[in-house]
Design a protein around this ligand. Structure first.
Ligand SMILES: [Zn+2]
Length: 138
């Protein structure tokens, strides 16, 4: 389900294409540290996009997410590879690895689990991160 949503850039919750305002990118809600990036950022993730009502709902319902989240607007999201188990040299290669679509010889040996998207030129969504805009002006 998650993979299909990421594949087709549908909201992770309602499987509808997220509405986007003209000139605005699509919304992503990530469970990551907002201070770990410089803006605009290129972010790799296997999380599908999310529509605004469901982003607000997810934050209301999930205290863990509220403590550490990043909401970004993204104009361009490109599938770049898969994350999964790499079977080369005859056996499982250990922890999950990211294999890019350009790595043709490794791609044959990956049991892909999640599609990985690269979110290009991501910027924080100010409505979800008033504190980020506030600290930027200090
Ligand atoms: Zn939705």
């Amino acid at each position: 389900m998650q993979r299909r949503a990421a594949d087709r850039l549908l909201c992770a919750y309602c499987m509808e294409p997220p509405q986007r305002e003209p000139g605005e990118g699509m919304l992503w809600l990530l469970h990551t540290d907002p201070d770990a990036h410089q803006w605009p950022a290129d972010i790799r993730t296997s999380t599908p996009p999310i529509c605004r009502p469901h982003a607000e709902l997810a934050l209301r319902r999930c205290a863990t997410l509220r403590r550490r989240y990043l909401a970004v607007r993204v104009r361009e999201a490109e599938p770049i590879g898969v994350r999964g188990t790499v079977y080369d040299q005859g056996g499982p290669g250990g922890p999950d690895e990211l294999v890019l679509f350009t790595e043709r010889n490794r791609l044959r040996f990956v049991l892909g689990r999640d599609l990985v998207l690269e979110l290009r030129g991501a910027v924080p969504e100010p409505d979800f991160h008033p504190q980020l805009s506030a600290t930027a002006t200090e």
